[in-house]
Design a protein around this ligand. Structure first.
Ligand SMILES: [Zn+2]
Ligand SMILES: [Zn+2]
Length: 141
């Protein structure tokens, strides 16, 4: 997601003053104050929703979401079951890992909200990094 956002903002224009950061939005040409990446995303959503829709479509590949799920579940010895890190119950993901996501939504809504939705109160850049790490683990199996 970070890379996509940086197509809409010009990294070369970033101004940092103390804790305040600003970057040029290439769509509207304004300097947009932000503290985390999510602020920039919010700007796109509020003012340039047409662009965001296009981006979301481009970015909408299922495995992006899937990788989040594995932050909250461990694979078990049994091939199609995953163990929830929080309640230690096992869940089948034989058909789809969406089952696991449903469990998070239902039983651990706070956790899933953080993983799935970019909110203004998350530390955007850090989580981007750990996310791609997670993905390579999954691939390496
Ligand atoms: Zn703009
Ligand atoms: Zn659970």
């Amino acid at each position: 997601m970070g890379d996509i956002i940086w197509k809409m903002f010009d990294k070369d224009t970033i101004e940092i003053k103390g804790n305040d950061r600003k970057v040029l939005c290439v769509i509207c040409g304004n300097m947009i104050p932000y503290t985390i990446m999510s602020d920039l995303k919010q700007h796109l959503i509020k003012l340039h929703s047409n662009y965001v829709n296009v981006l979301e479509l481009q970015a909408h590949k299922p495995r992006v979401n899937v990788s989040h799920v594995w932050k909250h579940f461990k694979r078990t010895d049994c091939k199609f079951y995953a163990e929830c890190n929080y309640c230690n119950n096992n869940f089948s993901y034989k058909t789809t890992v969406a089952n696991l996501k449903k469990h998070l939504n239902r039983v651990h809504p706070d956790i899933d909200a953080k993983a799935d939705v970019i909110k203004t109160d998350t530390n955007g850049e850090d989580s981007e990094e750990s996310r791609s790490e997670e993905e390579s683990n999954v691939k390496g199996e």
